[in-house]
Design a protein around this ligand. Structure first.
Ligand SMILES: Nc1ncnc2c1ncn2[C@@H]1O[C@H](COP(=O)(O)OP(=O)(O)OP(=O)(O)O)[C@@H](O)[C@H]1O
Length: 695
């Protein structure tokens, strides 16, 4: 069903390949764990299945379709036939749980009744029926992930790709997520899950595909997290692995490792040994040294017993019997009572240790006091929480002061939504790091791939439509500083001008308006027509006056397109009429306003606060601020423009809709990416198609 043939993918021309000559096949109904150290290429592989990036060499085929030959305009439909789940959930923050799930159905043009039935059913299936009206920041991480899974499966995709779906979850929430993924797989869906969670992999005993430095080193039918000692993969990994750092593991993995797995498996490839490093003439990694120290200190059996048939390496040298990760791990995560898993499988030990109150973050100590009378100041609270987390981390760290997974502390759970989760877009990569550069390149690629002729699909700083967000009593700036001088804030490279109509897409005769399901792609290589297909005729450029006129139409229509996420076809009312915009389904019917009865309060930390500039202070009905602001006509009032000097200095573009707060910057990025991965680029194309037809 999914086939990689000698696939090599580099992000930079001279860089190390993220995937290196990978050949692997995933069959319909498979449940596959994709494992490997950080940076080994797991996400890259998943993204290639989603057709985010093409190989420089080799080919990726899904249901007989060579993705390299797929027409760009087919990509959105294709992506809609795949469910994607991320470590950081990527729910749209301004939509309720119900609407987040419904969103995936709306983009494929499902009917309102169909949406209501199916979403309700799926939410029940993942145990979220009671939380349907909540917003993402009002539910726990585990619940958010279940909502994200519900969204991924609501259209019954043939494939579900999950990129570390349990990476941010506590053990109990992880178990719930895995139960759901198992159920999805049992119903015939192919599930490919990238993970670092040893416990889950060892417990489920499903197919394990392992990458190392971009190369496929193992494909075991019913594998464990570590390759069996003495196996070919074990040898390969041992040879290849002579440097590197320990990878953060699920805390349960440490417990498991420490209680002993009997040495039945080799040290993971992510666990370098000091010997191996010395043998290779390299510096001994700090982590490996720590392993040695710990082993010596504990009088490790492996050091004293010498090699045995079971424990010896294939070359006859003594092998470590204890998991180096468990010994070298500098941080012991202690789960508070209420977060401990209630039920354990036979092979999952209870997390050890109690929760020591002295480790608790202390806001007062870090200088935070609640402002009197007005409630929490979100910005200050956020800073204080960060500070407290950092102190907490230092206190939790081992003797060497290194804390590897502070996010797994109770604190993230205690303050969900207020603390940036590692791996989320809110936690930027270190400046200048390869990851940061990569992110920039990837962002740029996404921008150019989606085409400069296409406006961003959703800007959280533009007004919300009915049904997209909670009613608000009054606009609340995300921070005092933001309310005063947002203009020179870094826009994260996301902002760009609304497009000129002259740059409209080329004609796409016969563009498919009806979404295709994966099965439709089963006809092998039918997109190979791409090279032979008749090229669209170039559109003549309109005269300048018409361009200006069309530009303003484009802007208005862009706003309308936001409010009507579906492409209504024949018989739909004209876009630029005077009706207040309301979300409609493909039949032109209004979509149910699910915000009725939704909470009216703006919560601190909620990233989607209504832009104060977009609200008329004289408006008699402040309650409807969000709705009135939702009008396409008012969109421009919420768009900050950038002065010409900064443009010349290369800092920004003119007339750029600019995210207003750091929170909205991250949600903007998340939203855009999520929407693209749900195939929403098709909506934007349809918008331009309609515009072209009007000309
Ligand atoms: N957008 C990008 N631009 C440049 N390099 C990238 C980009 N994305 C990933 N890489 C690089 O490609 C390699 C593989 O990265 P990838 O994210 O696929 O690894 P991974 O196994 O998923 O890691 P993790 O477990 O940390 O998520 C890494 O060296 C990474 O730095």
């Amino acid at each position: 069903m999914i086939r990689f043939e000698h696939v090599t993918r580099r992000y930079e021309p001279d860089g190390r390949p993220a995937l290196d000559d990978v050949t692997v096949e995933f069959n319909r109904g498979d449940f596959v764990f994709l494992i490997g150290a950080s940076g080994s290429g797991k996400s890259t592989l998943l993204r290639m299945i989603l057709r985010e990036g093409l190989p420089q060499r080799g080919k990726v085929t899904v249901a007989g379709q060579n993705l390299g030959l797929m027409l760009e305009r087919r990509v959105p439909d294709y992506r809609r036939s795949i469910g994607m789940v991320f470590q950081d959930f990527r729910l749209l923050p301004d939509k309720t749980v119900f609407d987040n799930v419904a969103f995936a159905m709306r983009v494929i043009g499902a009917r309102r009744t169909q949406i209501r039935e199916r979403v309700t059913e799926v939410l029940e299936r993942v145990g979220l029926e009671d939380l349907a009206r909540r917003y993402p920041h009002e539910i726990s991480g585990g619940e958010q992930q279940r909502a994200a899974i519900a969204r991924a499966i609501v259209n019954e995709p043939a494939i579900v790709l999950a990129d570390e779906p349990t990476g941010n979850l506590d053990p109990r929430a992880s178990d719930e997520v895995m139960k759901i993924l198992r159920w999805i797989n049992a119903s015939g869906t192919t599930v490919i899950m990238a993970t670092h969670d040893r416990v889950i992999v060892d417990r489920m005993r499903r197919r394990v595909v392992q990458l190392h430095d971009g190369a496929l080193v193992r494909d075991d039918e019913r594998g464990t997290y570590d390759p069996p000692r003495g196996s070919q993969a074990w040898t390969v990994l041992r040879e290849r692995e002579s440097s590197g750092a320990l990878r953060v593991q699920d805390p349960r993995a440490h417990d498991l490792g420490e209680q002993g797995d009997g040495g039945a498996t080799a040290p993971g490839p992510e666990a370098p040994t000091a010997d191996a490093a010395r043998a290779a003439g390299r510096d001994v990694p700090v982590a490996a040294e720590a392993v040695e120290h710990a082993a010596r200190a504990q009088g490790s059996a492996s050091a004293e017993e010498g090699p045995t048939a079971e424990h010896s390496a294939p070359d006859g040298t003594a092998a470590d019997t204890a998991s180096p990760q468990s010994l070298a791990e500098p941080v012991r995560v202690r789960w508070p009572e209420h977060l401990r898993p209630q039920q354990h499988g036979p092979d999952v030990p209870e997390p050890v240790g109690g929760f020591d109150g002295s480790e608790m973050p202390n806001l007062a100590r870090d200088g935070y006091t609640e402002p009197e009378g007005e409630g929490a100041d979100p910005e200050r609270l956020r800073d204080a929480l960060r500070q407290a987390v950092s102190s907490h981390v230092q206190m939790s760290a081992g003797p060497d002061g290194v804390a590897e997974h502070p996010h797994e502390s109770w604190f993230t759970h205690a303050a969900p939504g207020l603390v940036d989760r590692p791996g989320s877009a809110a936690t930027p990569a270190a400046p200048g790091s390869a990851k940061a550069r990569g992110d920039e390149i990837e962002d740029e690629r996404l921008r150019t791939q989606s085409g400069d002729d296409e406006p961003p699909v959703h800007d959280p700083d533009l007004p919300l439509t009915r049904g997209q967000g909670p009613r608000r009593r009054a606009p609340v700036p995300a921070s005092p500083a933001e309310a005063e001088a947002p203009a020179d804030r870094d826009d994260g490279g996301l902002a760009r001008p609304l497009p000129a109509v002259t740059a409209a897409t080329p004609a796409e005769p016969g563009a498919a308006d009806v979404p295709e399901v994966l099965e439709d792609l089963a006809e092998p290589d039918r997109e190979s027509e791409s090279s032979d297909a008749p090229q669209p005729e170039p559109q003549p450029e309109p005269p300048p006056e018409q361009v200006r006129e069309l530009d303003s139409e484009a802007e208005s229509e862009h706003s309308s397109a936001r409010s009507a996420p579906l492409e209504a076809e024949e018989g739909e009312p004209p876009i630029l009429d005077d009706r207040p915009p309301r979300p409609v389904d493909v039949d032109g019917e209004e979509v149910e306003d699910l915000t009725e009865g939704a909470p009216t309060q703006v919560h601190p930390g909620a990233p989607d606060s209504v832009d104060p500039d977009s609200v008329d202070p004289d408006s008699p009905d402040q309650d409807s601020a969000g709705e009135s602001a939702a009008s396409g006509r008012s969109a421009s009032s919420s768009v900050e423009t950038v002065d010409a000097d900064s443009v010349e200095a290369g800092e920004a573009s003119p007339q750029v809709p600019r995210p207003r707060s750091s929170a909205s910057q991250s949600t903007y990025a998340d939203t855009r990416r999520t929407a693209e991965q749900l195939g929403v680029t098709g909506e934007r194309r349809s918008f331009w198609r309609r515009l072209r037809r009007r000309r």
